[in-house]
Write a new protein. Structure first.
Length: 219
């Protein structure tokens, strides 16, 4: 379970590689055994987790890893697969809260009667929709208050560069957009399924989150 980085650690999305039901060639990640530089281990403190640079220099935050154990000499094929880190992975989306829960079960686990060690170390793990864009804000646009149907789509564009910052369908009728430069921005809000939009331009951000607000009314 990894959160990728582009320009810095944890400024991009999360990625989950589930275990295989039938593991052929075993794969593992054991940088600690090589004394590979690491920083900012997760609170659980598990080995081989934290912030690492890969061979290409990319910044990766490894939250959890399911390395295989010693499986030589095991005759039972189910125990063999279990020891090789076989298993099942689930990604559960809560549409109401926009939370995402990742589960990673050992091959021989009984999901109906879970134990503390039924899942691989570090799982289950929950992130929010917004955690999938971990880039740190340099400033904040006003609190957006939308009068209309819930869950509109919001588009943020940097007017100085013409660059699209991001597009997101929010949860509810309020949202505080983060931005990454102190330029002027345009905010486009609407409902693509209705082809109904409102736009505000020349909006300047503030260093204080939620200091001002901006209302959009849809009749």
């Amino acid at each position: 379970l990894v959160q990728y980085g582009i320009n810095d650690y944890r400024d991009a999305g999360w990625s989950f590689v589930p275990p295989a039901i039938a593991v052929g060639y075993s794969r593992w990640f054991r940088p600690d055994e090589l004394n590979y530089p690491v920083s900012n281990r997760p609170a659980h403190g598990l080995p081989n987790t934290g912030e690492y640079r890969d061979a290409f220099g990319n910044p990766n935050y490894v939250y959890a890893i399911g390395n295989p154990g010693e499986f030589g000499g095991i005759q039972n094929r189910y125990e063999f697969q279990n020891k090789k880190s076989g298993g099942l992975g689930f990604v559960i989306f809560n549409k109401e809260t926009r939370d995402i829960t990742v589960e990673c079960w050992h091959f021989l686990s009984d999901v109906s009667k879970p134990l503390n060690d039924s899942q691989f170390p570090g799982w289950p793990f929950t992130v929010s929709q917004m955690d999938n864009y971990g880039r740190v804000a340099a400033a904040w646009l006003p609190l957006l208050k939308i009068t209309g149907d819930p869950d509109p789509v919001i588009q943020i564009t940097n007017q100085s560069t013409g660059e699209l910052e991001y597009i997101v369908r929010i949860n509810g009728n309020e949202f505080i957009p983060k931005v990454f430069k102190r330029n002027k921005f345009s905010i486009k809000i609407g409902y693509p399924e209705k082809n109904l939009f409102r736009e505000a331009k020349n909006i300047e951000p503030d260093l204080t989150r939620g200091k001002t607000q901006l209302e959009f009314v849809f009749n």
